[in-house]
Write a protein that binds this ligand. Structure first.
Ligand code: PMP
Length: 419
């Protein structure tokens, strides 16, 4: 947890005891091939601290039953813990009401819910949807499916060489047919932080609702959905030190109420006859069947853990890691950093002259260093920037300067091998 460490390197200014934090993460003690694990694949999935693991064990050992409508002790307990988790998520992203928090299985599921629940009802033939070049495939493909079904069109905001959105071009894309905007808050491949607040205000001035994919933002910065004024905000638990299989869709209550359900089944109804079904109120209208109760409780514990450290402190520390690693990496000849936006989170994508990213990843793995290589589910970004793939090191608040050094040394060794 947050403590002041007197052993910090002098140049290391944040009030952050990273060793103390690391002690909370059992997996970080792992050896890979006889080397200490250096986990730099946090944008794909982050690791889970002991308090979250303990919370899951407590739930399973003393609180579990199916939720809603049970009259026995355990069902009431599990229902209360599940709803308490909803309240924690509401406070974490500063939503106005807890019924605006819908538990889903992850960002992908959340975006699909909006596509089916909002898109299929309110977007029709000839209508236009604005997306950006930076989107993860999960915020492209559902909208393409909708466009194909309805005869709608997708318009795409271009980026510059640094991986920043061209906001003038965004503004020019609006027409009287624009019905929806989907934009990611932070790029998973490049780390670019997009000016979503401005983009939302611009869209709203034209009566257009905005969905923000926050999968890479919530773990790394304070997010206030009321301040952003976004209509929808989607994110995943497993990138937030929580379990897999859980995510959140935030939606403004008045929009969620006007939407059609995505999945039908138990719990999302008030009454069913073969003639007619009436739907439950929000958020239950969108949570058909038994939800991931344990995972929701675990995610609640994860946001408690992150809040105790302080998301602002996490952001400041990760920025120091990014600045340090960027400076070191850019000193290596033949290395090109892909994604050099002025405003970034701690994601370092790069290519090395003459070496395929998969070879870099494989060789770093031999040193216990976990990075990701490939197109990172953003093929349009790769196409635009003219690279088939990159190597991506993505940092979290439990990474250290020493790990950044090990990573840089590993890249240098790869270069030596390839001459
Ligand atoms: N959007 C972004 C920006 C992401 O980074 C990811 C995960 N890589 C997703 C969406 C999809 O998240 P999930 O697989 O948890 O649904």
């Amino acid at each position: 947890m947050k403590l002041i460490d007197s052993t910090l390197k002098p140049e290391f200014t944040s009030m952050f005891d990273v060793e103390h934090i690391r002690a909370d993460f059992p997996i970080l003690k792992l050896q890979v091939g006889g080397k200490p694990l250096v986990y730099l694949d946090n944008a794909a999935s982050s690791q889970m601290p002991q308090p979250v693991i303990d919370r899951l064990v407590r739930y399973q050992t003393s609180e579990h039953a199916n939720i809603n409508r049970g009259v026995h002790y355990l069902s009431e307990k599990a229902t209360a813990e599940y709803e308490a988790a909803r309240g924690k998520l509401q406070r974490f992203i500063h939503a106005r009401e807890d019924r605006e928090i819908i538990f889903t299985s992850g960002t992908t599921d959340s975006i699909n819910l909006v596509m089916h629940g909002y898109g299929r009802k309110f977007i029709g033939a000839g209508d236009e949807i604005i997306l950006t070049t930076l989107e993860h495939h999960s915020n492209i493909v559902p909208w393409q499916m909708l466009a194909e079904e309805k005869g709608a069109k997708i318009r795409v905001v271009p980026i510059n060489e640094a991986g920043e959105l061209l906001i003038d071009e965004y503004e020019k894309l609006f027409t009287e047919r624009t019905k929806f905007v989907g934009v990611l808050h932070v790029s998973n491949a490049l780390g670019t932080i997009n000016p979503v607040r401005h983009m939302i205000a611009f869209a709203h001035a034209r009566g257009v609702p905005v969905l923000v994919d926050g999968a890479q933002a919530v773990p790394h910065m304070e997010v206030d959905v009321q301040d952003l004024d976004c209509d929808f905000y989607a994110f995943s638990g497993h990138k937030l030190c929580g379990p897999t299989g859980i995510g959140v869709l935030y939606g403004k209550a008045e929009l969620l109420e006007r939407m059609q359900p995505f999945k039908g089944g138990g719990d999302m109804i008030l009454s069913v006859t073969f003639e007619k079904t009436t739907y439950n109120s929000i958020p239950h209208k969108f949570e058909a069947g038994t939800p991931p109760i344990a995972a929701a409780v675990g995610l609640g514990a994860a946001v408690d853990y992150l809040s105790a450290i302080g998301v602002d402190a996490i952001a400041a520390y990760e920025l120091e890691l990014l600045d340090y690693a960027t400076e070191q990496l850019s000193r290596l000849p033949g290395v090109r950093i892909i994604g050099t936006a002025a405003s970034k989170t701690a994601v370092l994508s790069f290519v090395v002259e003459g070496v395929h990213p998969h070879d870099i990843g494989t060789l770093l793995n031999q040193d216990g260093i976990a990075v990701r290589t490939g197109h990172h589910c953003v093929q349009p970004v790769m196409l635009r920037l003219g690279v088939p793939a990159t190597t991506r090191a993505s940092f979290a608040f439990y990474n250290t300067m020493a790990e950044a050094d090990a990573f840089i040394a590993g890249v240098r060794d790869v270069q030596k091998i390839f001459g």
